[in-house]
Design a protein around this ligand. Structure first.
Ligand code: ADP
Length: 403
């Protein structure tokens, strides 16, 4: 074999080896491709499965789900959503938000129309997350008002840009109708009770005055009837206040009140109702606020009544009146049983009684604080409290100073 032939063979071998290497690489690449494509297929399958699961969930939940794009056009609605707005085909709902607003005549709970920029979806498109916002709509078919509880959130892409918004709507009409029924019942019952209680009280007082030769035992009975009538009268007044507050018919007078004097006056009167408590007032110079004297007095009586009631062993009750952050602030502090931490969030709810079923259940309807807080809110003020179980509670309210 000459040199040339040897070289040629060596070269061929080299080429052959190179080819084999390439073939091997190709085979490996192919294998990887197959694996990748299989994985991709699996992922696509998984994504499809998830999408279908999600679709089933969205379609079967009782709440209406609305999806809109960046431009504010509804692009998808679930079955409950269709039912809610009285349409049968999805295509009919694919509207710009303006048309949706007009179709449903959306209003705030107080009846004011909702403006385009106030719509939950519009706000979500601006990046806001909205939870539990109430609105009223006119059902396009039945033409009846429906009450809706709306939540909405922006939908974002991987970079965090808002690309649409989703809205979830629950129909709370039945709940609201039931609330209305309760309000009507409370109002009718309270009105019906007013007259007989007034008669009872009137006769008890007339007898106490008129009969001179009354035996001590009978006098006690008449006084008990009188006290009972007073108690029913207070309950009736509370019930009437609740229904007035709910229909927004509580009218407040606007008069100038010296809050320091009023607090002292109420404290003095309440001191007469207890022998076991010492009520002390720390007040600054006269603090004048504007508002309804009788209603603010009612709040003070409620707070003091509670302070007395929930410190059954007696003790001090401290009141302060001061100006803080340009507001008049009143505090009522007791050293009584306090309120358990887990119950504190509900204290201002109507009919809520934190001590029901405990040894400290001293009666009451659980409406005093609800009414008191509403009265203060309607004066432009706030009511709050601090409490520790076994150590006592301090209730505060603030009222704006006339500007
Ligand atoms: P009630 O007529 O039941 O006292 P309120 O609305 O005035 O109704 O108060 C609601 C609940 O809050 C009460 O039932 C009681 O459990 C709790 N509470 C109110 N004030 C006090 C207080 N000063 N100390 C402890 N618990 C209080």
């Amino acid at each position: 074999m000459n040199q040339q032939l040897r070289d040629e063979m060596a070269e061929r071998k080299q080429v052959e080896m190179e080819r084999e290497r390439l073939v091997e690489q190709l085979r490996e690449a192919n294998e990887r491709l197959v694996v990748t494509s299989l994985r991709l297929q699996e992922q696509v399958e998984e994504a499809r499965r998830r999408a279908s699961q999600l679709e089933t969930i969205i379609e079967s939940i009782a709440d209406g789900v609305f999806l809109c794009d960046k431009e504010g056009r509804i692009i998808d609605v679930n079955k409950a959503g269709l039912r809610l707005i009285g349409l049968s085909k999805k295509e009919e709902t694919l509207l710009p938000l303006v048309d949706y607003l007009a179709l449903l005549r959306l209003r705030h709970p107080d009846g004011r129309p909702i403006a385009m920029e106030e719509l939950a979806l519009s706000r979500a498109l601006r990046g806001e997350t909205i939870r539990g916002y109430e609105e009223i709509a006119r059902h396009p078919q039945t033409k009846r008002d429906i009450y809706l509880l709306v939540s909405a959130a922006p939908v974002r892409d991987a970079e965090g840009n808002v690309i649409g918004a989703v809205e979830v709507i629950s129909d709370i009409t039945r709940m609201r109708e039931f609330d209305k029924l309760i309000d009507e019942f409370i109002s009718v019952a309270a009105h019906e009770l007013k007259t007989p209680v007034a008669i009872m009280k009137g006769y008890a007082q007339a007898l106490l005055r008129a009969v001179e030769e009354i035996s001590p035992q009978r006098r006690k009975m008449l006084e008990a009837i009188n006290r009972g009538a007073d108690r029913i009268d207070r309950i009736v007044k509370d019930l009437l206040d609740i229904s007035r507050l709910h229909v927004g018919r509580m009218e407040l007078a606007r008069e100038r009140i010296d809050l320091s004097d009023l607090v002292e006056d109420v404290a003095d009167r309440m001191a007469l109702t207890t022998t076991r408590h010492r009520i002390r007032v720390v007040k600054a110079e006269p603090i004048v606020v504007e508002g309804d004297r009788a209603r603010i007095e009612q709040v003070l009586i409620n707070l003091l009544d509670n302070a007395i009631k929930y410190s059954p062993k007696g003790g001090d009750i401290d009141l302060t009146v001061a100006v803080r952050n340009h507001q008049a602030v009143v505090s009522v502090r007791d050293y009584g049983v306090g309120i358990p931490k887990e119950k504190q969030d509900h204290i201002f709810e109507r009919f809520y009684r934190a001590h029901a079923g405990t040894p400290y259940d001293f009666g009451g309807m659980g409406v005093g604080l609800y009414i008191s807080r509403e009265i203060i809110l309607r004066h432009g003020g706030k009511m709050w409290f601090q409490s520790e179980e076994g150590k006592g509670s301090t209730f505060y309210f603030s009222l704006p100073l006339p500007g």
